[in-house]
Design a protein around this ligand. Structure first.
Ligand SMILES: *Cc1c(COP(=O)(O)O)cnc(C)c1O
Length: 413
């Protein structure tokens, strides 16, 4: 049996412990929901105030050039590239993950006109599947969306599949796909791949170039700590950029937006993935979050993430076993991301009770409690304290005494 002292010692020996102070988090709060909304980096306040007061308030429209606002999507893209194993010029920050998915799925389908299947996991994130259906409806030809269980994906890859479209770490159970393996299988069949990195980038090294990935998208407000609704990003492998045709032909993706030509001509390289004007205030906030991650050693980030998640699973098994929890996250470290999911028939009420006791996790229907471990600011003692709280709530049955049904509010997001 471990005790709290063991976790305190782990914090003292943690090479990433200094990062916690870079975040503005209430000391008494145990925040295990960074996989949904990352914490606030303290420097965001200074950075955004400066952009507002000096760049917007004083320099005004000249800031597009003088303060490099026009360059911000590409500057941020090059920084994010370092987190996901890509080269400068392969990533650009823009729009939302959903919109970026629309661009890359359309492009991938258009470049495989003789193939008619988009293959994905039926448990993929809903917006990803909604967008894929939307793309199909605009294609003007018969395209089939083939959704199968994760175990059946491999045998479904054949020469009819235009695009294999997967999320690297699954948002429900936290299972991690083998990106290199699946990409290789797809390429062997002449199939393009699109990876969604929303639940992995920032919590572990990602190796897009090494895995020879074609297209990827990801989210700015989870492990990148970019703030609510932060800009997302899109990656297109260098070798494919010349053949890209995004259907969202906005002026920021034009080769010369300020020529105000009436004829569209796409920019060279990754810039053609831009559509409209970049949200500068949000980009400034996201840059602070990304800069923090660039200061961290991602191998250490992954190592800590594995330790936090395995200690959490071990403690839940040891201390809450008789209370009916099932651990759904893979035990094998290289098969999981940075979250642990537990199933419990009263998952919603228990999540609410945890939140009431200062432990923020979240609930996903029908019965999932999700605990995210963002390695930059989560402490080892948070693991101990969270399980202690869970144990106490279950022993005392306090989860059953909350009044009313506020399902859909609180931590349910
Ligand atoms: C969080 C997340 C998104 C978010 O999409 P937005 O359009 O940025 O809101 C998309 N896909 C996955 C897999 C996610 O985890």
């Amino acid at each position: 049996m471990l005790n709290r002292k063991f976790f305190e010692e782990r914090d003292q020996a943690d090479p990433l412990s200094c990062f916690r102070a870079e975040f503005s988090l209430p000391d008494e709060l145990i925040y295990l929901d960074g996989n949904s909304l990352g914490a606030l980096p303290s420097q965001v306040m200074n950075r955004v105030s400066r952009v507002i007061e000096r760049e917007w308030g004083h320099d005004l429209v000249r800031s597009w050039w003088d303060n490099r606002w026009m360059e911000l999507p590409a500057i941020l893209g090059d920084k994010i590239a370092q987190l996901i194993g890509a080269q400068p010029g392969e990533v650009i920050a823009c729009d939302s993950t959903s919109v970026n998915l629309f661009k890359v799925l359309s492009t991938a389908l258009s470049s495989s006109p003789d193939r008619h299947v988009i293959l994905s996991d039926r448990a993929n994130f809903p917006t990803d599947l909604y967008i894929a259906s939307g793309v199909i409806s605009t294609m003007g030809r018969d395209v089939e969306m083939r959704l199968v269980g994760s175990g059946e994906l491999e045998q479904q890859i054949d020469s009819s599949v235009a695009v294999l479209f997967l999320t690297h770490v699954d948002f429900r159970h936290g299972a991690r796909c083998d990106m290199g393996h699946m990409t290789r299988l797809a390429h062997d069949a002449g199939t393009l791949v699109v990876w969604d990195l929303s639940h992995s980038a920032g919590a572990m090294p990602v190796e897009l170039n090494a895995c020879e990935v074609d297209f990827a998208v990801g989210c700015g407000y989870k492990y990148l700590n970019g703030g609510p609704g932060a800009p997302a990003y899109v990656y297109v492998a260098q070798a494919l950029q010349a053949g890209v045709r995004t259907p969202l032909t906005g002026w920021m993706g034009h080769e010369a937006p300020f020529d105000f030509s009436t004829r569209y001509a796409h920019a060279a390289g990754i810039r053609q993935m831009l559509c409209g004007s970049p949200p500068i205030l949000s980009m400034a906030a996201l840059e602070v979050g990304v800069d923090l991650l660039l200061d961290a050693d991602l191998a250490e980030v992954r190592k800590k993430s594995i330790q936090l998640t395995s200690l959490f699973m071990q403690q839940v098994n040891e201390r809450c076993k008789e209370h009916g929890f099932t651990v759904l996250t893979p035990r094998e470290a290289n098969r999981r991301g940075s979250q642990v999911s537990l199933a419990h028939p009263h998952g919603f009420e228990i999540t609410e009770a945890m939140c009431h006791h200062g432990v923020v996790a979240d609930f996903r229907p029908p019965d999932l409690l999700r605990f995210g471990f963002a390695p930059l600011y989560t402490r080892y003692t948070d693991v101990w304290d969270a399980v202690e709280t869970l144990h106490q709530i279950m022993e005392e049955g306090t989860w059953d005494r909350r009044e009313g049904d506020n399902r859909g509010e609180g931590t349910a997001r």
